[in-house]
Design a protein around this ligand. Structure first.
Ligand code: NAD
Ligand code: ZN
Ligand code: ZN
Length: 390
């Protein structure tokens, strides 16, 4: 049993104090896990665009500070709270921002991964069991005793810290011999993208696809479509530096919207003789969503919405446009049920069905987390792995 079990742990975390303010690395207190919770020592974490969105505070309703952001990580269980049965101290785990209780009406059927109790909620900032927070500040930035100022949680996870507390429904046990840095990618970006292709669109061999936005999520869609034998994968991005990487993930054609005055959907219609079978929106831009929708084939084209939209604007479609037979559907966490389906997906990745290594473009120490944020904002990284502990 860990000698920290049942005790408050003092450790370092990167705390967001306000919109667009640099994160502050400081000592915090982390309470022991309560009923059905798990305290995890984070080994590696990385940054996804959704962290950037919450940090920027553009969506005012989502704002909550001080807060510990982060949802892509890998770690080891330090201790578990009452009633936790499926993980124990010493297990290697990845956090899942979209949890699975295993018992609710959604978890007990196949159709959806949106668990009634633990599905992702960007507004959520408190623990489910008692509405409390497990993090608090210390009397000074570098240590001292715990203060009453509590720090908010984020996206069921909060991984920019040496220790975090999660609902046990939001941790997935992994093979301890798996490459840990790569496993952290399964916490969000790669599972989200590959799953959008496999589980939501159900891409079939020989079909054509267009992927809008070639960050980690969009490139993971491409990698998933490649693995399923898509004949053509058209990558669209306003940053041409993403195209080189795209070739590794099976992208066959590239379109930079800045290179032409012609709408992208018209270019895709011309390239494919009428439109692609599936398109994926992975930028979080509503106008791009419309281009993605119109780039699919009339009659059967399917658009999968993956991006997170900070704007209050609604869908950029006229209802009559749906009479063209195109469909549009959202995908959260790639449609994967984390606890019951990710372990098998991790095995497939380890066998090379999906390549993980190319998604790690940078590595930095935890203390340089603000530089890692900047790399993603500048479009210079896919995933930057931050080492928190060994
Ligand atoms: P990223 O910043 O690494 O990649 C976004 C890419 O889109 C960049 O390459 C950028 O150049 C490109 N882009 C942006 N605006 C564009 C435009 N107008 N035209 C063409 N290209 C444009 O982000 P990421 O981490 O890959 O995440 C992508 C999106 O997916 C974000 O909106 C993120 O919040 C969302 N997301 C959704 C889920 C989910 O479960 N649905 C999970 C994770 C991330
Ligand atoms: Zn994410
Ligand atoms: Zn459930």
């Amino acid at each position: 049993m860990a000698d920290t079990q049942g005790k408050v742990i003092t450790c370092k975390a990167a705390v967001a104090w306000g919109p667009k303010e640099p994160l502050v690395i400081q000592e915090i207190c982390v309470d022991p896990p309560q009923k059905l919770e798990v305290r995890v020592k984070i080994l590696y974490t990385s940054i996804c665009h959704t962290d950037l969105g919450a940090w920027s505070g553009v969506n005012e309703a989502e704002r909550a500070f001080p807060r510990i952001l982060g949802h892509e990580a890998v770690g080891v269980v330090e201790s578990v709270g009452e009633g936790v049965k499926d993980v124990k101290e010493g297990d290697y785990v990845i956090p899942a921002f979209n949890g699975e209780c295993g018992e609710c009406r959604v978890c007990t059927q196949e159709e959806s991964n949106l668990c009634e109790r633990y599905k992702v909620d960007p507004m959520k900032r408190l623990m489910v069991s008692d509405g409390g927070r497990r993090f608090s500040t210390t009397t000074n930035k570098d240590g001292g005793s715990c203060e009453s100022q509590r720090i908010y949680h984020f996206l069921n996870t909060s991984t920019f810290t040496e220790y975090t507390v999660l609902d046990s429904a939001c941790v997935v046990k992994i093979d301890p011999n798996a490459p840990l840095k790569q496993m952290s990618l399964l916490s969000c970006g790669v599972s989200t993208g590959v799953g959008a292709a496999w589980n939501t669109a159900k891409v079939k061999e020989g079909k054509t696809t267009a992927v809008f936005g070639l960050g980690s999520v969009g490139l993971a869609v491409a990698e998933g479509a490649r693995a399923r034998g898509a004949s053509r994968i058209i990558g669209v991005d306003a940053n041409a530096s993403k195209f080189e990487k795209g070739k590794l993930m099976g992208v066959t054609d590239f379109i930079n919207p800045k290179d032409s005055t012609k709408p992208v959907h018209e270019m895709i219609q011309e390239l494919t003789g009428g439109g692609v079978d599936y398109s994926f929106e992975c930028t979080g831009n509503v106008d791009v969503l419309r281009e993605a929708f119109l780039s699919t084939h009339v009659g059967w084209g399917s658009t999968v919405l993956v991006g997170i939209y900070m704007t209050p604007r609604t869908l950029p479609l006229h209802p009559m446009e749906l009479f063209d037979g195109r469909t549009i559907i959202g995908s959260i966490f790639g449609g994967f049920k984390p606890k019951s389906q990710l372990p098998d997906f991790a095995q497939q990745c380890m066998k090379g069905v999906v390549k993980l290594e190319p998604f790690i473009t940078n590595e930095l120490p935890f203390a340089e987390i603000n530089d890692a944020f900047q790399l993603l904002r500048d479009g210079k990284s896919l995933r930057c792995i931050l080492q928190i502990a060994k």
